[in-house]
Design a protein around this ligand. Structure first.
Ligand code: HEM
Length: 291
């Protein structure tokens, strides 16, 4: 939307309050999470409306998500109505922010809990430390890819999704009639012992080119969902995660602070009960970075 201030803004505070009430009992009272979320949503939409109207006045609509949505036309040349624009922006904020921050936090968590895994991705970064962080170089960081895939297998940021059954079918011996709404579950899929033996262990080797477990079975690895409604931001998210992880590995070491409850709460996205309290230290001999 053309705003860089992130968590410092009023928008971010409202956003957090809204997300807290997204998956709660739908009881709209002033003190319930749901009630607060509804009010925050109204305010969020008001803010977004101001941003949209301001942008519409500009000559150059821009190439960010808002600019692209403003310029979108259907087959008859109609643009998106204001309400639809606001909804789409809010959807993008939720889909892209909550999930990605969670994935990055899980990376910090799992690496601190498995220090034995740290050496390899750090060595990999050393091989690139004189090189700028280009897409080409990022593609070559294959071990980091494996680590991130395993992070999202073990703690998938999204629990699952809903699909409507469009023809009678059978699954696992059960008949499922047309018209039913079904839910696919990402976490349980990633625990399938046939694909992921010892599924509780954090083992990036599962995704090495020899094992490539994510290629073994269709829809066996689905952190971004699957089919027609697979995550729209998948590649963008993978890129962001990789840049963030590479920069952390190059410049910092980190440890979990004691006395925090790391058990995972599932809603709205899986996160440690106390948040994640981490102490970062700048590496004394920082790996050099050109970019
Ligand atoms: C690690 C980060 C992310 C994860 C794990 C993730 C996961 C998912 C999943 C599982 C779905 C499918 C839900 C369903 O089946 O109904 C989905 C949908 C979607 N995601 Fe993501 N997502 C991530 C990041 C992003 C980002 C960065 C964006 C945008 C900037 C984004 C935009 C969307 C959108 C628009 C949809 C709806 C697509 C549709 O219904 O056609 N996601 N995401």
């Amino acid at each position: 939307m053309g705003s860089d201030a992130g968590s410092e803004t009023k928008l971010a505070i409202l956003f957090e309050e809204w997300v807290k009430g997204l998956f709660t009992i739908p009881l709209s009272l002033p003190w319930t999470k749901f009630g607060k979320a509804l009010r925050c949503r109204e305010e969020l939409l008001k803010h977004i409306e101001e941003i949209v109207l301001r942008r519409q006045q500009q000559k150059d609509l821009g190439e960010d998500a808002l600019g692209i949505l403003l310029q979108a036309r259907d087959e008859e040349g109609n643009s998106l109505p204001l309400d639809e624009l606001k909804d789409q922006i809010l959807l993008l904020l939720f889909a892209g922010q909550e999930t990605l921050t969670l994935a990055i936090a899980s990376f910090c968590l799992l690496i601190s809990q498995h220090p034995n895994v740290l050496d390899r991705p750090r060595d990999e970064q050393k091989a690139f430390c004189e090189a700028p962080l280009t897409t080409e170089n990022l593609k070559q960081m294959v071990y980091l890819d494996q680590v991130l895939k395993e992070v999202m297998r073990l703690i998938p940021p999204v629990g699952g999704g809903f699909r409507e059954v469009i023809e009678d079918c059978e699954f696992g011996g059960y008949s499922i009639p047309i018209g039913w709404m079904i839910q696919y579950n990402i976490g349980n899929t990633h625990k399938d012992e046939n694909l992921y033996p010892d599924h509780k262990s954090f083992d990036p080797e599962r995704f090495s080119s020899e094992n490539a477990v994510d290629k073994q079975k269709r829809f066996g690895y689905v952190p971004f969902g699957g089919g027609m409604r697979e995550c729209l931001g998948k590649e963008f998210a993978r890129l962001e995660m990789k840049i963030f992880a590479a920069m952390l590995l190059r410049g910092y070491q980190w440890e979990l602070l004691p006395e925090q409850d790391l058990s995972l709460v599932a809603v709205p996205t899986p996160h440690p009960r106390d948040g994640l309290k981490v102490k970062f230290h700048r590496l004394v001999q920082q790996l050099t970075m050109n970019n």
